[in-house]
Write a protein that binds this ligand. Structure first.
Ligand code: SF4
Length: 253
């Protein structure tokens, strides 16, 4: 029996499968610095990277760049990853609170810790991560998978962003779908849909290569494609959460 179920997803890896936009505070334009190279790597893995740097006069890494965290549009507030010394964290937190900047996750890189951030943000529902490298955490997840998995996840992130879709908000379900697509890629040579039978007739089966010919219609009608990889963002509230049933959504589309 083929097994697609993911395993080894600790809480940190789940965060990196739940959210796909990272706002890097202290992002550097100088190659060779961790504050440049780590955001660059995360961007290569398909994450939507946004930079904050008070001295920035132009885009860093070709990404949206702001000189002040208060200017980052709310829709990008998934993970805020801090590349500043621990002593500067309280001022960043206060600035965020002053302008009601509340991400899903406030992540402090390796070597950065701050009790104040935890005390202020956790009661507001923000998940706080301290002293942990976001890239190492992602590489640890990929080391339990393989390159095909990494490429398909990158494709899924990039395609979803280009089309204005969200990815499945349940990290374990997303992991399972990507594993299944990677399995099909390795077995058949194509990214065949995990939830549709492969007939062997290529003319018929090529409709089932992800993204299949039906996905847009399904997202419009049901709020997500049949496998659940791509979602209408209006149907997603938080990992595992749905704001509205598909029928009420369909009426507004
Ligand atoms: S149903 Fe979703 S996951 Fe399956 S092939 Fe279509 S778009 Fe891809």
């Amino acid at each position: 029996m083929e097994v697609f179920l993911g395993s080894g997803l600790d809480e940190f890896k789940k965060l990196l499968l739940s959210y796909h936009t990272i706002v890097f505070v202290g992002c550097s334009r100088h190659p060779g610095k961790p504050a440049h190279d780590i955001p660059e790597e995360m961007k290569k893995y398909g994450y939507n990277v946004v930079c904050v740097n008070p001295a920035a006069r132009r885009r860093i890494l070709g990404s949206l760049t702001f000189s002040d965290i208060k200017d980052v549009p709310r829709r990008y507030l998934e993970i805020v990853d801090v590349f500043r010394p621990s002593r500067e964290v309280p001022a960043i937190v206060d600035r965020m609170l002053r302008f009601n900047i509340l991400p899903k996750v406030f992540w402090m890189q390796e070597g950065i810790k701050n009790e104040y951030a935890r005390k202020k943000l956790e009661p507001l529902g923000v998940k706080v991560v301290e002293d942990r490298c976001i890239l190492k955490t992602y590489l640890a997840l990929l080391s339990e998978r393989d390159e095909v998995y990494a490429n398909i996840l990158r494709f899924a992130r990039t395609y979803a962003r280009a089309k204005g879709f969200a990815l499945n908000p349940d990290p374990e379900k997303l992991d399972e779908i990507i594993l299944a697509l990677a399995y099909n890629q390795k077995r058949y040579g194509y990214r065949y849909c995990p939830c549709r039978t492969i007939s062997g007739d290529f003319e018929e089966d090529k409709k089932k290569i992800c993204p299949c010919v039906w996905h847009e219609e399904e997202i419009k009608r049901d709020g997500h494609c049949r496998c659940g990889l791509f979602w209408d963002p209006r149907a997603v509230r938080a990992p595992g959460g749905i704001t509205e049933g598909p029928s009420s959504l369909a009426g507004r589309l």
